[in-house]
Every structure is written in C-alpha cells, then in structure tokens.
Design a protein around this ligand. Sequence first.
Ligand code: SF4
Length: 474
Amino acid sequence: MEKVKEKCGVIAISAPHKSIQVSRYVFDGLMALQHRGQEAAGIYVYNGKNIEGYKGLGLVSEVFSTNTLSCLMGNVAIGHVRYSTTAKSNLENAQPYHFTSTYANFALAFNGTISNFLSLRRKLEEKGHVFTSDNDTEVIAHLVAANLLEVEDFMEALTLVMNQLKGAYSMVLMTETGEVYAVRDPLGFKPLCLGIIPQNESYIVASETAAIDTLGGEFITDIAPGEIVKLSEGEITTRKAVNLKRHARCMFEFVYFSRPDSVFDGIPVHRARERLGRILYRLHPADAELVVPVPDSGRSAATGYAEESGIPIAEGLMKNRYVWRTFIMPLQSHRENQVRLKFNPVKSVVEGRDIVLVDDSIVRATSIRQIVYILKKAGVKKVHVRISCPPIIAACYMGIDFPTRRELIAANHTVKEICQFIGADSLGYMTIEGLMEGIGLPENELCLACLNGKYPIDDIDIELLEKTLGGCRK
Ligand code: SF4
C-alpha cells in the first residue's frame, strides 16, 4: 500500500525475580506492536550472566518459534520490530543492536531517526570507532559507549548522549548486569510508556499502551519528553535529562500510526480520530446516504463523521488482512494491483448509493484512486472523499518513511486536481487548525512539519538527509 510507515516499535520487560521468564511476554508485546514494523523482529535477554538474543527478517510470528523463545531464558529482556527508513532491510540492520567491547556490553532497541547521525558517526570514526552497518542505531550505541568511557555510569552517559543527539528517538537499552534504561527524546516525537504486570510485578516499557494492555498490565505513566527511566530489580529511577519548553509529538501517531486502542500522552487515539471525523463533517459536509470507512485506518474518523452528520455508517469495503507488506512492491503498477487484492466493495451495501468515503491520509493518491474506481465499478453513484489529515506537502526527517516531495501529490497539485485524479465527486481535507482541535494539542506541542514545512529541529541538514533517506526508499 502507499501508506507511510512508522519506523519501529520497542518494548522492554524487567521482572524482579530471576525465576520469571520474560521472553514470551516480550514476544506477545511485539505482536501488539507489529503494525509499527513488519520487516524484522528481535528479542535480547539478560540471562543472569550475560546478554543473548535472536533476531530475523519477517513478522514476529515468522521470526520466533516456541523453540526459539524457550532458548531465550532470562528475567529481563528488550524487543524490537523494524521497518527501515535510513538503512537497508537486512539482518545486519535488524534490532536490538548488541554492542560489545572491552569496556561496554549492552543491547539497544530504538524507534526514530537521528538527523545528525552522519556527523556524529564521522566524529566517532575520527576517534577510532569502527562501524559495521549503515544505520543510526549503531551510531547511538557507539556514542553511549564513548560517553561511558568518560563517566562510567549509564544514567550519566545517556544524559550526555541526549545532549548530542538531534532527532526523534524512543529507545530501550539493557545492560550486561540486567538494568533497563528507557529514553524519550526532548521533543517527544514518539510515544513511550511505562506499565506493570501486577501478577509478577514486572515493569514494562513499550512504544504504545496497547502493548501493556495486551500483556494484562496496568499503565503507570508516559515517559516524558527528555526523560530517562531506569528499571532495576523491581525499582524505578527517573531523571529529566533535558527540559524543553516546546514539544513535537508526531501528529501522524494520532492520525494513523498508533493503534486506536492506545493512549498517547494522555490522549486516547480513537477519541482523537473520532473528533477529527466530526470536525471533518463540519468543514466538508456531503449530501450522501452512507458513510463508508476505508478499513481499518479510516474507521474511527468515519464514526465521528457519521455521528456528527447523522448519516448512517456502513462497512461498504472489505479488507483482506492477509495481504502483507505490499509497501515493498517497488513499482507503481504492482502497488495498484495490491489495492485490488486488499480491498473489495460490499456490493449489496453500496450499489446505487451516494457515499462519503473516509480515510486518514493521502500520500501518492494511488490507493484512494483505485478504491474510488472499484467502488464505482461496484455501482456506487457518487463517492465523496473525506480525509482526516491535512494535505501532506513536505518530507519527514524524523523517522517516518515518506516518499520524496516529488511523489507527494498534495505538494504538487491543488485539491481540485487531486479530486479529478482520484475520480471522486468531491474531496475534502482536514485543516491544520481542525487537526490541532481534534487532537487537543496546540502547535507548540505537535510536529506538523510534513503539513507546513516548519521543522521543529534546528539546522537539519536536509540535503544530506535527502541523500541518505532517499537512497533507502528506492
Ligand atoms: S514530519 Fe510529519 S510524520 Fe514526520 S514526525 Fe513530523 S508530523 Fe510526524
């Protein structure tokens, strides 16, 4: 599909007793985070003496078997699901990343993009660090190790690291003595939350609250932007390492990436999407008989649109959930075929009707164009398309896999032109003001860079990032 992709999901579990085996919990948590990355998965455990782990390419259920999990014995573990944005999709770049040297031994799992990773890498290389992959995770690991030489304590080292990194990062780090550190960048682009499994008093850190729920856990708190949380044998220590006045939560987490059953920094994602649907109706009412969501991404906003308009909502489009990873199809013609494989209209519901089709976003517009086409072929009279995200006009340098600006249809075409291209009878987008109202956060608490071109990180080397990011998107 043409949807933009989240880079990764991370999880860490720290049980207070050595008798508790946590790899199965991490596996289940990764299954709950599978939507955040489908190219690779990995779990590393602290086995009481050392760090060991397993990772592979594919879905979590493809990478791990019961046998593999039973070999990963330990009461502390971290896990990762990956979708690549800044490096190639190969096993070398899969995470967690295990750093070992004479002076440091730890495993790291990371979600985000470090925008100054090339200059940091060059400085580290000048000091003698040798890199084996082309990813920014290895740069973070070497940076942690380099700072550990100065301060010999992970809390201090990570504090120094946070003052050197620029970009979006939520990460978990496990030491060779079984401590876990969870770190969220000072602007808070990505979610990261803390919970507890009451039966065995294990602490969980995860990219989304839905993973905590899946494990029967209880949410404790969001890890704050700029905060480090240390988990060690049933104890929690926190430090506010960097304090910024503004934050930059990725608006796409609310619009599309996060699961609707997750709560991001206190805001239930489903509710935010429903509010966006209501606002969308007020901005762009339509004379129609049915509201039809594009499953699953448009469902919450469609519910809001239907409630506000009084137009009944109906499942007029079915999704084949077993067509996976269509985004890796390199050619446009292949992607278009995948849309037909993935969606099928429910003719008995939509035939002869005027409908409002609600989806979360338009990137290249190839998917929505195909969907409008198959709906009209199924006998729909009029298709009014409503999109709960404003037009995407700029690239993302903070960890989301966007096509280049050239491929973003809204960067190069008017709404009228896009409407004609997709074959809809009308097209209405959310506004940036409406988006902020729907999410419930002001401009200085959100990243809106792909909508307005205002990047919340200073002096991003866009030219350099275009070269590195552009290379891996081909
Ligand atoms: S540019 Fe867009 S996708 Fe990227 S972090 Fe900002 S809001 Fe999210």
